[in-house]
Design a protein. Sequence first.
Length: 290
Amino acid sequence: MREILQELFEKRAQQFVANHRSPKDYFSKAERKLESLAKRSAEIVKVKAAGRIIEKTNEEEFQSIRYNAHYQYLIKQKGNLYMEEEVEERLAKFYKETLIMDGEIKPVENGSLHVGDSQPFIADNHDRLSFQYNRLKAIQYAERWWNSYNPAYKKFENDCTNFISQCLHVGGAPMRGYPSRGAGWWMQNHNWSFSWAIANSLRLYLSNSTIGLRAKQVSSPDQLVLGDVICYDFEGDGRFNHNTIITAKDANGMPLVNAHTYNSRMRYWAYEDSSAYTPNIKYKFYHILD
């Protein structure tokens, strides 16, 4: 079965390279990605796909394998090359060692943590907490931990906002508001504020905070710089459910981002190739202030 999965990886990888596409086995993820690349005059010149088995289960003649598929795309844009990476969790099912199903396990952003989305942002009256945001440290942290988890922090099943909060904190943003979960932005003593770990709550915090970690909302992604944050409302229903941090710019000066849950490195900011993408998607762009 490992051999079957490896054959799948190799076949899937070829679908991202235009010269090797076959209409009969062309699949939507590759199509979305290639369309997104074409819009910005970019192309994939080489792709590698590898897998790591997470869990196996057996039931009589059926076997299920949950695994991670790690893609590496070498992208060329206006003569420049850069490497984008992403990891997706997948489930393969076999009957009598014959593959009968293989599909992506789509994460549900913030899962049970949605309870916090209804919590209002609570301002406090402390004096302003001054700090200098070290963007380089934040980016270095995002690069180091984009596909793994720092044991110094609590890990969430849906980890995108926790990861961004860690990046901001390592960059020098001060925690505040403990122990009120609805106030400030903090993680301490195995507990955390809603804004630390919940996508929509961090978005509200960045929109309203006047002390400590603060941000200015701008109108377009090209106005952001490295270390800034993008918030995503995939369904366009007003509840933001994903966050990323900018770690690079492409040849057009547009953001490339790192993220958790959909573990990604130097991914194009618009997420048009994501399984979570919908035509109703909305974004908010936040420039972090010192």
